[in-house]
Design a protein around this ligand. Sequence first.
Ligand code: NAD
Length: 409
Amino acid sequence: MIVKPMIRSNICINAHPLGCAKEVEHQIAYVQSKNSSRGRKPGAPVSGGTHKAGPVKAALVLGCSTGYGLASRITATFGYGAATVGVSFEKEGTETKSGTPGWYNNKAFDRAAAKAGIPSVTINGDAFSDAIRTQVIEAAKKLGVTFDVVIYSLASPVRTDPDTGVMYKSVLKPFGKPYSGMTVDPMSGKLSMMSAEPANDDEAAQTVKVMGGEDWARWIERLTAAGVLSQGCTTVAYSYIGPALSHAIYRDGTIGGAKKHLEKTARELDATLAKSIGGAAFVSINKGLVTRSSAVIPIIPLYLSVLFKVMKAKGTHEGCIEQIERLWAERLYAGASVPVDADHLIRIDDLELDPAVQKEVDARLARVTEENLPELGDLTGYRHDFLAANGFDVAGIDYEADVPRMDAI
Ligand code: NAD
């Protein structure tokens, strides 16, 4: 069949298997090119933080299939030579029906890792459940590894508490008063106003249950008890702060509340891990990028399209893989203690929040219209990232060619 993007309300609901696989290959090639320019050899000893000179032998990536988690897994394996166990929750393709992009990405990753002779185990299931924790522990034991690094990169709208069976839902809402922000349709370039009503206390608490640090702490507790974390293991979760104009809906809203809980959890885990296994825990504040979730946040798509234009002109634009490769090479394994700000946060969003960049973005957003957006913003780049996340608009793929099956790459 000929596979074309199906887009509903700013969400692409299908995926191109070969395009997804090609995107994974592009990310692998990027990391390999950085191996040469940085003089890095996968599997060679590295040091940094609490990791004492030795190879990064094994990594666990929770949320491994797309976005920042996929970039983390690719960096671990193709930059550092690490065996990986990856967990994600993806829909399998059938012969005729599209699976989710992450399902194809996982297939492509496993294939490339096998070709490179580096072990990978991919588990598809609910990372919030204890059953999946048990599967990960069993996989580590079977591989004969302990994890030197655990990446927590889950982004989910719901979580079932394994102790009570209660399902919690997260919401993206401001506090106190409604929030309105302009958004852009990535395909048509049309601007429209998007609004969100203020959250009540229950919605705020449920969002913390889903996207806060409770589940991350449970992972670390179970993995430590099972003896599958290495001495000096580092665990990192991801968060976002973003520009002032989005704070009311993001950083100071319900999701920001959950992220602050995640950041508090990092400080607690850091103390616990230091005591138990000489390890460390961090939250890394990453750059805003086009993903399934960010496309539906008021102001963010418009902000990102303008940001990309400004950062590309400055030569500082990065995608997920550039961010994560730099996080590992220049923060986690740079041979020194991991640099953090006063709140114990790793800042890899430094280039995004560069005051000169933000000043220019603010000036452009103040005068942006549908007519001048192609000039003030990088709508083409934004649209490309939006489509490429689902395997469309990827260089090297013939989109007029027949895709014989949707359950293979
Ligand atoms: P994403 O949607 O691309 O990836 C989420 C991952 O979580 C996928 O692998 C998915 O399969 C997995 N997942 C979701 N629910 C699951 C479940 N129940 N069990 C197992 N796996 C599950 O998201 P992303 O944008 O890469 O975000 C990852 C993290 O990075 C989040 O914490 C997010 O807040 C943070 N972050 C994102 C941005 C951004 O702009 N996208 C910026 C900074 C930080």
